[in-house]
Design a protein around this ligand. Structure first.
Ligand code: UT7
Length: 367
C-alpha cells in the first residue's frame, strides 16, 4: 500500500493588514481586550479583487514548485473553504483551471474550520487506496466578506488567507500516519452563516436580518474547542501507535491563544511544542493549519523526520486531527516552474471556451 507524503507546501495572504487599533475605529473594542482575550494583534484582509481561488492559486503554485510537480501531473484537487467563491462551481475547479491541471478531478469540501484536516485525510486516503498518485489539498478563505463589521464578537477574530499541500505517493514509509474525524451536528447552530443557502435563500429580509454574516456563540464554541483538542490528539496518536513524547510539534487551528493554552495544559505539554502564529493572521479558518505549518517550515522549526499532529475544530460542529511524519520534497529531476505555466493555462482556458462556443453553434445547426 503506497504512503502519502507531504512533498510541497505554500501559503498566500493578502497584503492589506488590519490591526486591532484599526478595528477599534470601526467597532467598540480595543487592542488590549483583543490581545488579552484572543492573542490576535493583526489580520490580513483581501482586496475587492482577491478571492479564495486567487489566494488558493498562489499557495498552490508555491507548493507545486517545492514538490517539483507540474500541474498536469495532479490527479486530484481538494479545496476546503468556509467562504467558497460560489455555492457552485467548486473553488477547486477555479483553481484547477488557473493552474492548467488538465488531468485532475476537483471538488470542494465543507467542514468549516476543520476542513483542511478532513481534506488532508481524504487526499491521503485516495493515495493509500492506490487510485491516485498526486493530490493538491488547499484551504482558502476570504471570510472577511461574511463578517458583520458592527459585531465585535466576530469581526475581531477572522482573517483571510490560503495554504496548500502537495501529497505524493511513495513506497517509503512516512507522510500521513493516521487521522481522526468527528462531528456533532447537535451544535450546528453555534457557528453559522445561515443565509444564502437553500433554507434561507438570499432575500431582502435575510439581508435585513443579517443572515449572510458569520454568527457565533463564542463561549460555547470556546468550551467545545478546549474539550476536543486534547482528546483528538490522544486518539490520533493511538491510531498511529505513537506516544506524545515521540511528537515534536503540535499544529493547532489558530482560533484563540487561550484555547491553545488550555489544550497545552490538558496534554501536559509546554507551549513551546505548539506552533502559534495567530497573532499575525487571526483565525483564517480552513487555512490556519497550513499557514502555520508553512511559516514553521520556512523558519526551520519543523525539520524532515519530525513527527507532528495537526488539529482542527469548528462549525458543524466538527473536529479532527492528522498525525504525520515530515519528509520534505521527494528528490526528482528538473525544475518545474508552475507560475510560468499560468499564461498557457489562461490561453488553454480561453481556447476551451471558444471551442465550446463553436460546438454550440454546430449543435444548434444539427437540431
Ligand atoms: O474557528 C472557529 C472557532 N471559533 C472559536 O474558536 C471562537 C471561540 N470563542 C472565543 O474565542 C471567545 O469566546 C471570544 C474571543 C469570541 C470571546 O471571548 P470571551 O472571553 O468568551 O468573552 P465574552 O464573550 O465572555 O465577553 C466578555 C466581556 C463582555 O462584557 P461584560 O458582559 O463582561 O461586561 C463582552 O461584552 O467582553 C465584552 N466583549 C468585548 N469587549 C471589547 C466581547 N467582545 C469584545 C470585544 N472588545 N471585541
Amino acid at each position: 500500500m503506497p504512503y502519502a507524503h507531504i512533498t510541497g507546501w505554500g501559503m498566500s495572504v493578502p497584503e492589506q493588514v488590519l490591526t486591532n487599533d484599526d478595528i477599534s475605529k470601526i467597532v467598540d473594542t480595543n487592542d488590549t481586550w483583543i490581545r488579552e482575550r484572543t492573542g490576535i494583534q493583526e489580520r490580513h484582509i483581501a482586496r475587492a479583487d482577491q478571492f479564495p481561488s486567487t489566494l488558493g492559486y498562489e499557495a498552490s503554485v508555491k507548493a507545486l514548485k517545492i514538490a517539483n510537480l507540474h500541474p498536469r501531473d495532479l490527479d486530484l484537487i481538494i479545496c476546503s473553504s468556509s467562504s467558497p467563491e460560489y455555492i457552485f462551481p467548486a473553488t477547486a475547479c477555479l483553481i484547477q483551471d488557473q493552474l492548467g491541471a488538465t488531468k485532475a478531478g476537483a471538488f470542494d469540501l465543507l467542514a468549516a474550520c476543520t476542513g483542511f484536516i478532513y481534506a488532508l485525510n481524504m487526499g491521503a486516503q485516495a493515495i493509500r487506496s492506490g487510485s491516485v498518485k498526486n493530490v493538491l489539498v488547499i484551504g482558502a478563505e476570504t471570510l472577511s466578506r461574511f463578517l458583520n463589521w458592527k459585531d465585535r464578537n466576530t469581526c475581531i477574530l477572522f482573517g483571510d488567507g490560503a495554504g496548500a499541500f502537495v501529497l505524493q505517493a511513495s513506497d517509503q514509509p512516512g507522510g500521513v500516519l493516521s487521522a481522526v474525524m468527528h462531528s456533532d451536528g447537535s451544535g450546528a447552530d453555534l457557528l453559522t452563516i445561515a443565509g444564502g443557502g437553500s433554507r434561507h435563500p438570499s432575500t431582502e429580509a435575510t439581508i435585513q436580518e443579517g443572515k449572510h454574516y458569520v454568527q457565533m456563540e463564542g463561549k460555547e464554541v470556546f468550551r467545545f474547542a478546549t474539550r476536543v483538542m486534547a482528546s483528538a490528539t490522544h486518539e490520533v496518536l493511538a491510531c498511529a501507535g505513537l506516544t506524545l513524547d515521540q511528537i515534536q510539534w503540535i499544529v493547532p487551528h489558530q482560533a484563540n491563544i487561550r484555547i491553545i493554552e488550555a489544550a497545552a495544559r490538558g496534554l501536559k505539554l509546554p507551549m513551546d511544542r505548539f506552533i502559534v502564529n495567530l497573532q499575525h493572521y487571526g483565525n483564517t479558518s480552513t487555512a490556519s493549519v497550513p499557514i502555520a505549518m508553512v511559516e514553521a517550515l520556512e523558519k526551520g522549526q519543523i525539520k524532515p523526520g519530525d513527527k507532528i499532529v495537526m488539529i482542527g475544530f469548528g462549525g458543524g460542529l466538527t473536529w479532527g486531527a492528522v498525525a504525520a511524519e515530515w519528509t520534505g520534497p521527494i528528490p526528482s529531476k528538473g525544475h518545474v516552474r508552475p507560475e510560468r505555466y499560468r499564461l498557457f493555462a489562461r490561453l488553454r482556458s480561453l481556447v476551451r471556451r471558444g471551442l465550446r462556443f463553436i460546438e454550440g453553434l454546430l449543435y444548434r445547426r444539427e437540431l
